[in-house]
Every structure is written in C-alpha cells, then in structure tokens.
Design a protein around this ligand. Sequence first.
Ligand code: NAD
Length: 365
Amino acid sequence: MSFKTVGIIGAGTMGSGIATSLAGQGVAVALVDMTEAAVERGLGAVSKFYGRAAEKGKMSAEDADAAVARVSGGADLAALAQCDLIIEAVFEEFSVKEDLYAKLNDILPETAVVATNTSALKVSELAEGYKDPARFLGLHYFNPAAINPIVEVVRGEKTDPALFDAALAFCRETGKKPIACKDHYGFAINRFFVPYGNEAVRLMDEGVGTPAQIDRVARECLEVAAGPFLVMNLVKPKIMYHAQNNLGPHGAFYAIADTLKAKGDADYEFEIGEDAAGDAASDAKIADRLRAAVFFPILQELDEDVASAADIDMGAALALRFGKEPCRLMDALGKDEVRRIVALATEAYGHAMPASLERVGSLRD
Ligand SMILES: NC(=O)c1ccc[n+]([C@@H]2O[C@H](COP(=O)([O-])OP(=O)(O)OC[C@H]3O[C@@H](n4cnc5c(N)ncnc54)[C@H](O)[C@@H]3O)[C@@H](O)[C@H]2O)c1
C-alpha cells in the first residue's frame, strides 16, 4: 500500500468517519484532536460503527474488534511524526488550518504527505502554509465517510504528480472510488450538486412549485433517491448557503437564492409538506430548470478539465445517488435538447454556452 500509517487531525464528523473507513481496510490510524474529550468522541464513533456492524452480522466480532484496535487517539500532534499520510479534517476556516500547518511544519518529516479534507477552500492556497506544497493535496471524502465510496482527490498547483497518483492508488486500495480533480471551487461534485439545490430554492421563491412538488419532479426527471429539499434538510440549509457562497467566483448563475441568502447562518429546515401535486406546465418548467442547474456547471467543468465525464457520473451516482448519470443523460437527450435546457441558465444569467455542448452525444464515449 502506498501509505501504511495515517494520521487524522480533527476527530469530528469527517475525521472519525475517515478513521472508521481506513481502519476497516486494515490501515493503522492515529486520530488527533485538541482535547482528550474530542478524541474520545471520535474513538467512540469508530467503536459504535463496528459494534453495530458486528451486531447486524455484517462482520465477525473479531474483525470488528481488530478494526477498532487499529485506531489510536490522543491530543498530541507529535504522534503524527510517525505517519506517512496526514489527513487534516479540522474546522473549515482558513486561519485554523493555516495555524495548524505552521505547527506541522516543525513536527513532520520531509517525507510526510499532507492532505486536506476541505470542501470549500482552495487546496493550492492552503498548500502555501505547508513547508512543502509539492507534498500537499486535497482528499475530499463525502459524509458519511465510513460508507460513502467517493473521494475527490484534488491536485493543487504545486502537487507532485507522482504523489497525486499515489493518493489515487491509496483511495482505491482502501475501498474508495477516487475522482481525480483540478483545484476549482466546488471541485467536481459540489460544483453542480449545490447549484441544483440552489435552483430548487429559486423555483420555490418564484412560486413555480412547492418544495414537495419540486422534490417529486426531481425524483422523476433525474431519478434522484431523494429530492433537493429533503437532501438540503439533511445537509442543513446553512451549509448549502455557505457552499453556494463559495461558488460565487464562477459567475452570476451561482448567485445565492433569496431564501438561502436571507436566512444565511440561521438553523432551520425547509417545510416540505405533503402537497406534491402540480400541473404539467409547472412540472415541465421545474424539470428543465433543475436539469439546467446540473448540466450547465458540468459542461463548464468539462470545458475547464476539472474532472472526466465518467468520473462526474460516478460521483453523481455513488455520492449523490442520482439514478440518471448526468453526462449519460445529456448524451441520451442529444445536443439540441441540451442546448435548449442549458440556455435557460446561460441566457438568464449572461453566461456563454460551454464549448463542451458540442461533445454532447459522445461525452461518455
Ligand atoms: N461535514 C461534512 O459533511 C463534510 C463533508 C466533506 C468535507 N468536510 C470538511 O471536513 C472538515 C471537517 O469537518 P467536520 O464536519 O468533520 O467538522 P467537525 O466540526 O465535526 O469536526 C472538526 C474537529 O476538528 C477539531 N479541531 C479544530 N481545530 C483543531 C486543531 N487545530 N487541531 C486539532 N483538532 C482541531 C475540532 O475539535 C473538531 O473535533 C472541514 O474542512 C469540512 O469542510 C465536511
């Protein structure tokens, strides 16, 4: 295996989930947080996962105990000096991560590799805080990391290509499906998933449909397992607000929907209700706009070479549970129909039609 011992900094939702995943794949993990209490919570989450797996008969009690035993924990960063790969999963704040890297600069040997699990920050900018940006990259696991198979492997501007390949190999060796990504806001998956949720909120704000109707139409037109409002309630609307805010540099289409913006950081959920009915005209409008919000960012990503069409489809299917893989769906609809749909976004917000439209029909060839 490319990396034999892994250190994880931050024993919260993501750090403990990544530790759970790696321990189950035979990797020794050192889990570090600021306090012993935080470490204990993280270790508790690992134990709980494997306790349940053994209870449900998904694995033997011996294997479950062995997985739990592979994760050690502590509040001292010095434990990381022995690790080949260090995955940082601390709070999503540039200065918090930067301060942490300054400490790692003194602790880690030259041979160490550091990966950030950031969802929103630029990997290349974070890399500048580490002593060797060539040995720094993004490993963006998806929640719940213990079971979600997708990891975006993000190449910073200075990431060593050999190390990037080693990180892709490591993800495969540890049971994940990596997506090789360029370092652009939203990487491969949030680039279209977040605008799709944002568009659902715009449709609600404009009175085109109720959340229940929009969720139903999404299930029909994209065959998603759950509609955007239900998913946004799980993710938390304020997280969607921050994620959409982070996509702002991509241009006017990515502006935040009114309700998301007005409520900002408030803790709330959308009221979905039971009224999923709607006439054919409003259903058709919702389907077009939701598809536009998925297709337009993906065609832009393809123009920008952020990720391959096959990987984007894999991420949509496995991380987001889209029943219709978007690039395959565009191929099936054909260039003229996709142009009509995507024009709803480009014309409303003054964007150019992505050049990759010309490849629709053979995106997945
Ligand atoms: N939650 C998600 O759905 C999700 C998904 C993908 C990526 N991410 C990213 O993963 C990272 C972690 O997110 P999370 O949801 O696990 O957060 P969290 O708040 O659940 O956990 C963060 C942990 O980091 C610890 N921490 C903070 N500063 C530290 C420091 N200097 N040294 C050691 N430990 C420190 C905190 O005590 C806390 O336990 C963020 O960058 C986030 O954007 C989150």
